[in-house]
Design a protein around this ligand. Structure first.
Ligand code: SF4
Ligand code: SF4
Ligand code: SF4
Length: 173
């Protein structure tokens, strides 16, 4: 997924859509908004980021999971099998992005890239509702996917690359 921080207005529609689509319990979230001011006064710009799980290629949450509940599926999406999760919280502690939360039902939850939607040909809920169309989703192995096309044309970064997790959430800035 690519996020254009220059187009995001911080409206949180993506957050509300995710909570509704995925029945996220009140008080928790799978995605959230971060605002960062860059530069020095009066030359200041504000970067607004819609953040979520980075679906890391080298995911510490998968490596440390003692039951195999946290896993990577074909295509690269990181998921949690809730029937195999014992709620130990090792994955929450290992994630440098604070992307997971303890679901009140006893398992750990996080962004799934709306796998239940994309396997039926739909976009993730957050991508679909964004009023400024600043979220782009697609297969990076396909040069014509929305995410590949927008990343080809823009400068982008990942978050905390020094952690070595190889994130798959890209921020255009
Ligand atoms: Fe930004 Fe789009 Fe989310 Fe609004 S819906 S906060 S514009 S990413
Ligand atoms: Fe795991 Fe965190 Fe990376 Fe998501 S962002 S795959 S929860 S380490
Ligand atoms: Fe939520 Fe789906 Fe967007 Fe992930 S991809 S933040 S699960 S709406």
């Amino acid at each position: 997924m690519a996020v254009n921080t220059r187009k995001c207005v911080g409206c949180s529609d993506c957050v509300v859509a995710c909570q509704t689509e995925n029945s996220v319990p009140i008080g928790f979230c799978r995605d959230w908004i971060v605002e960062v001011n860059n530069g020095t006064y009066p030359q200041i710009t504000t970067e607004i980021r819609s953040e979520r799980c980075n679906h890391c290629d080298n995911a510490p949450c998968v490596r440390c999971c003692p039951t195999g509940a946290s896993h990577i599926i074909a295509g690269g999406i990181v998921l949690v099998k809730k029937t195999e999760c014992i709620g130990c919280g090792a994955c929450i502690a290992s994630c440098p992005y604070d992307a997971r939360y303890p679901h009140p039902s006893g398992y750990v939850d996080k962004c799934t890239f709306c796998e239940h939607r994309i396997k039926n040909g739909m976009l993730p809920a957050c991508v679909e509702v964004c009023p400024t169309k600043c979220l782009y989703f697609g297969d990076l192995d396909d040069p014509n996917s929305d995410a590949s096309v927008v990343l080809k044309k823009n400068r982008y970064k990942t978050l905390i690359p020094e952690a070595g997790t190889v994130p798959q959430l890209y921020f255009i800035y």
